[in-house]
Design a protein around this ligand. Structure first.
Ligand code: UDP
Length: 337
């Protein structure tokens, strides 16, 4: 065993896939999760996939005292911090809920790592920090735009907090990983995304419509300045994304100097909403009930990653296709049924 990695939000969508990949790579994930947006059965599923039982603490990671009391004895060598609220629309209605949870948890986790002298920190960030970039594909050097939502602003603020902490604490090493659009599920169909209520994201809405939980998908606008008029995103298979976290942690473990860096995690390829629908229908042999509706407020027209920095820095690139992601998403939805 190569060492214990603390994974906050480890029972969640990206967290659970990352725990699997950490185990595959020889690490021991230790989960902290308060199960506010995840299910306990996910832990059994991870065990089914990997054969490993994961030590799990049901605690709120905003609570520094509880973190110290519960985890001081664990010999943690690094932390991957996923735990955060993530519903963009809700964040505009309840900004303080988002500012409190997402920022306080990051501050508490950083304080805890300082307390135990653990220098390796990977933060779950988002391409939302770029807004609508002026130049595509978007590189890490692109300017940070005014956030479209309080959710997006929490990611920007947390990146700044981590950067300040690295500057002040001469031992901390940190990466902020800026995800593009994570989709799909583990190919075993044992773990995947579990949206709370009506999904906001495209792929869970597609799979729920295909299975009959939703009547019809609405495509939000087809009058954008794109080849087919619908918005373009960079959809990345969640298993590829999970593997990038292991690579990022291993790079930090190798690095001797304090470091703070932001790294895009995407495929480098943009696909439109209609291309995603067409691909889903084709690879799963399903006809999807959808209509074209009005634009959704706050949507970015097109965004996809320049992935060269991730390749240089982490020696990582995606291996799985959009087709595979949409097949795995469908297998997962079907298994829930
Ligand atoms: N989208 C859509 N219908 C839906 C959900 C999403 O047409 O029911 C579109 C949305 O307008 C965007 C793309 O799908 O162009 C991806 O949306 P998602 O919310 O998954 O990701 P984000 O917009 O945060 O990148």
């Amino acid at each position: 065993m190569k060492g214990k990695i603390l994974v906050t939000g480890g029972a969640g969508y990206i967290g659970s896939h990352t725990c699997v990949e950490l185990i595959n790579a020889g690490y021991e994930p230790i989960i902290i999760d308060n199960f506010s947006n995840s299910e306990k059965f996910v832990l059994d599923k991870i065990k089914q996939i990997t054969g490993n039982e994961i030590t799990t603490y049901n605690i709120d990671c905003c609570n520094l005292e509880l973190l110290i009391n519960s985890l001081l004895a664990e010999k943690i060598i690094g932390c991957i911090h996923f735990a955060a609220y993530k519903a963009v629309g809700e964040s505009s209605k309840l900004p303080l809920k988002y500012y409190h949870n997402n920022i306080a948890s990051t501050v508490a986790i950083l304080s805890f790592l300082e307390k135990i002298s653990c220098p390796n920190f990977v933060f779950s960030s988002s391409c939302t920090v770029y807004g609508q970039p002026d130049i595509l594909p978007v590189t890490e050097k692109s300017p940070i735009k005014l956030a479209e939502s309080p959710y997006g602003r929490t990611k920007q603020v947390c990146e700044d907090i981590i950067h300040d902490t690295v500057k002040a604490n001469k031992t901390l090493k940190a990466f902020a990983l800026r995800y593009f659009n994570p989709i799909g599920a583990h190919p075993s169909a044992l773990i995947g995304e579990l949206p709370l209520g009506t999904p906001n994201n495209l792929v869970p809405y597609i799979t729920q419509t295909a299975i009959g939980k939703r009547e019809q998908l609405t495509v939000f606008g087809n009058d954008y300045d794109t080849p087919d008029g619908t918005c373009i995103r960079d959809y990345i298979h969640v298993v590829d994304l999970a593997k990038a976290h292991v690579k990022a942690m291993e790079e930090l473990l190798r690095t001797k100097e304090p470091i703070f860096d932001c790294i895009n995690l995407g495929t480098g390829k943009g696909n439109s909403v209609l291309e995603v629908i067409e691909t889903f229908e084709r690879v799963n042999d399903i006809k999807l009930n959808y209509k074209i509706g009005p634009r959704r407020e706050g949507d970015v027209e097109k965004v996809y990653a320049d992935t060269s920095y991730a390749l240089n820095k982490l020696n990582w690139k995606t291996e799985l296709s959009l087709e595979a992601a949409l097949q795995d998403a469908w297998k997962w939805e079907s298994s829930l049924n």
